[in-house]
Write a protein that binds this ligand. Sequence first.
Ligand code: AMP
Ligand code: GLY
Length: 421
Amino acid sequence: MNILILGGGGREHALAWAIAQNPKCDQLFCAPGNAGIAQVADCVDMNPEDGDAVVEFCADESISFVVVGPEAPLVAGIADTLRSAGILTFGPSAAAAQLEASKNFTKEICDACGADTAAYAYFTDIHAAKEYVREQGAPIVIKADGLAAGKGVVVAMDIKTALDALDDMFGGAFGAGGGAEVVIEEFMEGEEASFFVLSDGVNVLPIGTAQDHKRAFDGDKGPNTGGMGAYSPPPVMTDEITQKALDETIKPTIAEMARRGTPFQGVLFAGFMIKDGRPRLVEYNVRFGDPESQVIMMRLGAQVLDALLACAEGTLDEARINWAEDHAICVVYAADGYPGSYEKGTEIDGLEGLDDNPKLQVLHAGTKIENGKILATGGRVLGITARGDSLKQAHDCAYAAIEKINWPEGFYRKDIGWRAL
Ligand code: AMP
Ligand code: GLY
């Protein structure tokens, strides 16, 4: 079959790398893709949010399966558009994508199905919100509702920070979509980890756990980023915790979405805060994580396509994952200055031959190729991803490779996986 992936980051390179290995995949396209994806797929200059263009492309190229990477096209309804056009699609409807787009929606779902998560209150009025903060005290968590690309959350350790965050959010700091509506949450202590589960709307299939590193610098210092690295599996996600998360939060959520007539079909990426044997939901995303998907895909390999197809076809109850007792790690190589401003167009050298090792993949997040040269085009640029029998083995393999890359304008963390090593 011919397959189209929408998106062009490290997540989509990881998906493309895994899908291209499956014999069911004849021709693979990716829109817009990047220089790394171009090694395994035909990159198409097309906006993933332009439903008409995507449907037309699918007809022209006889595409029989579309995998949607990022959240923005999902929230904009690309999966609805494609399914209405009769195209098999992996990814939730706009209605089900509310699990990521609206924090208040997710909280309502959690209330309705009894999922374990932080206590909360929802405000559209700044005075009432400030009153609530003063009543509750700090630490407390302030969240702008809507897609704020991870920037709409302030974990306030004191009242002043919380009140300032409310001033910012009601002042429109996060745009029209976020800010006029705010969720205020109980602060949860513990260790965070992510859990990835596929659902066809009814059935669920766990496909792995991971932990990312959000701060820019070693020792979890510096500003928050989209993720500077990840590893799988994290020891904190024991079988018992994983089962608890599945039984007490994820399955009830999927059932509640179906009950409301908006079944969730796609990957549910759940962030949990774990303490004293209790996993509590921090948030849902309706897509794979980046860089979490790099380590998940590295471990799953070609079988991921069968699982995604089963998900889209509604036959997930028959799907199986064959687990290897392996470990994976991804070290992100980012442009100096990221997550602030950074230079674009700098040259990256020394990538040739690194992927000859079957346990190592250099997954591209923000690159382009120009006159045969690989140029950096984004903040997070490469994800050096390795697999091994132990995390230490995977770690050593990834770091040995990254040291061979010549990119003076980039930086990476030296301590990815430290909690588990
Ligand atoms: P979110 O966008 O909801 O995932 O929030 C971003 C980050 O803020 C999370 O990954 C957590 O580190 C932190 N966070 C969010 N909600 C809470 C909470 N209720 N308690 C403690 N930390 C939180
Ligand atoms: N690494 C976090 C995310 O993909 O949202």
